[in-house]
Design a protein around this ligand. Structure first.
Ligand code: NDP
Length: 276
């Protein structure tokens, strides 16, 4: 198989770093990016790697980094939009600033990188965009409403990309990890809302406790995400959605059953609104 070039956002640690290591181990070329190039030292000496500072929220820096990448490698075959962080709080507790900040990285940042990479992929009539969503992008729940909504946006964007890009020879896949053992639930990544309202103690408060208890005890093994992603990149017809982890599979089944049951219950009312 020909050597491919991957660009990964948020490759300094966690899922992004694991994918980056697997890319080099597979003999492919790597463009590893994170906010601070110094955090990407583990890749900087590899002859097949380019490390670049790229804060996905800074569109000018994104455009410059993509231009540098294309100058060096000529083409980006696989883009992994992985950079992201979590915000934990009820919808009401999260301030406008906190909401805007998480959207700037998880949604607008992903769009900045995607817009910068697509002209070259379209020109080559090939490529694969892999957007890292979450199980929270399929089913939302108390405490994760704002974070989940950024991932619902990623799901919606990827579904549209899938339809828009297939005729141009470019694949789009959205990956839905469950809880994986990274820094995601650490204070370094997960931001709790600054405001906590006592009325939410029984709902969101309990989720805060669960998240603290689960930190570095998550069931998902981040080293196993990379082989799964390599496998779908190597198939002729990659999936639109790739759920990862048994917790994710269970949550998807629960949501599908709920939607099915509720839609059946309200079908007559739903059918009543067409012109007759
Ligand atoms: P980590 O906190 O371990 O890593 C997050 C990565 O994102 C870091 O490399 C960080 O790089 C990067 N990042 C954050 N903000 C920016 C930014 N503005 N520009 C560029 N890079 C940025 O978390 P995970 O590895 O667990 O998370 C990776 C992705 O997976 C995220 O999108 C997350 O939402 C998603 N996810 C994770 C799950 C889990 O349980 N771990 C579950 C479901 C989804 P740096 O700070 O060095 O710039």
């Amino acid at each position: 198989m020909a050597q491919r070039t991957w660009l990964i956002t948020g490759a300094s640690r966690g899922i992004g770093a694991e994918i980056a290591k697997a890319v080099l181990a597979a003999g492919d070329r790597l463009i590893a990016t994170a906010r601070n190039q110094a955090d990407l030292q583990q890749f900087s000496t590899d002859k097949d790697a380019l490390v670049l500072s790229m804060d996905v929220t800074d569109e000018a820096q994104v455009k410059a980094a993509i231009a540098t990448s294309l100058e060096k490698f000529g083409q980006i075959d696989v883009l992994v939009n992985n950079a992201g962080f979590g915000l934990l709080g009820s919808v009401e507790e999260c301030s406008a600033e906190e909401v805007e900040s998480v959207y700037r990285t998880n949604v607008f940042g992903l769009l900045n990188v995607t817009r910068a990479v697509l002209p070259s992929m379209r020109q080559h009539r090939s490529g694969h965009i892999i957007n890292i969503s979450s199980i929270g992008g399929y089913r939302s729940s108390p405490g994760w409403g704002i974070y989940g909504s950024t991932k619902f946006a990623v799901e919606g964007i990827t579904e549209a990309l899938h339809g828009e890009l297939a005729p141009l020879g470019i694949h789009a896949t959205v990956v839905e990890p469950g809880y994986f053992r990274t820094d995601f639930l650490n204070g370094s990544s997960l931001r709790p809302s600054a405001v906590q309202i006592p009325d939410y103690a029984q709902t969101v408060g309990k989720i805060r406790d669960v998240a603290a208890g689960l930190n570095h005890q998550q069931p998902g093994d981040p080293t196993k995400i990379a082989p799964a992603i390599l496998e779908i990149v190597n198939t002729d017809e990659p999936p639109l959605r790739l759920p990862l982890g048994t917790d994710t599979l269970q949550t998807i089944a629960e949501k599908n059953a709920y939607v099915e049951q509720e839609t059946a219950k309200w079908r007559t009312l739903a059918e009543s609104t067409d012109f007759r």
